[in-house]
Design a protein. Structure first.
Length: 216
């Protein structure tokens, strides 16, 4: 661990591997390599930092033997990393591309073990006004209500939304149901005078833009 700290101080944090940075968090002050091995195991078990972000700290303690202090520190560091994607105080996050929208939700959605649908509400300059989960569970046309999906934009008098939903399998390939639901919501948006700018399907650090696929 001393060598890792020295490398960080001399050459900068960007020169360390993810597991090495994680090892420093887990075993600060330790003289052995237990922290490094534990870091590699955690990353492999949960599929990376995004997966670790979703794990409750009690699981880290009970399943992986972390102390309460170390588990809390790990969760705090991961949460700080997640918040780097947040707009700074006084700023609004602007979405210019599908990747901008995906980056906004990826850490929250990529490793969920259930389907979640989020609605991103945008102002006239495509800046984020709201970003909230709306549904949990299987997303299909029998569950979705267009009025509920567009309501956050209507009550804020905003002209557009982007919807994002997760595939727990990690594969963001759209199903026939995904495509059909999207087409229905595009038409509903025209009636409600709120544009559906995109529908993103979120997998494990990858995504699919149905706007690019369907070109509506």
């Amino acid at each position: 661990m001393k060598q890792l700290r020295e490398r960080l101080l001399i050459y900068g944090s960007q020169t360390l591997l993810t597991e090495e940075l994680l090892a420093l968090v887990l075993r600060t002050g330790a003289a052995d390599e237990k922290g490094y091995e534990q870091a590699r195991k955690l990353l492999a078990t949960y599929g990376g930092l995004g997966g670790l972000l979703q794990v409750e700290y009690k699981e880290l303690m009970q399943e992986h033997g972390l102390s309460e202090t170390r588990a809390a520190l790990l969760k705090a560091v991961l949460e700080l990393g997640r918040r780097l994607n947040w707009p700074q105080q006084g700023e609004k996050y602007q979405i210019k591309t599908p990747a901008d929208a995906a980056n906004l939700v990826m850490l929250d959605m990529a490793y969920l073990d259930y389907e979640q649908l989020r609605v991103i509400v945008l102002d006239t300059r495509n800046r984020v006004v709201d970003n909230s989960p709306l549904y949990r569970g299987t997303i299909n046309s029998s569950v979705l209500r267009a009025a509920e999906i567009f309501r956050p934009a209507i009550v804020r008098n905003c002209p557009a939304i982007i919807i994002c939903h997760s595939h727990p399998s990690g594969d963001p390939s759209p199903s026939d149901e995904d495509i059909e639901v999207t087409k229905q919501l595009v038409e509903a948006g025209k009636v409600l005078d709120v544009e559906l700018l995109d529908h993103l399907i979120i997998g494990h650090h990858q995504f699919v833009s149905l706007k690019e696929r369907l070109r509506w």
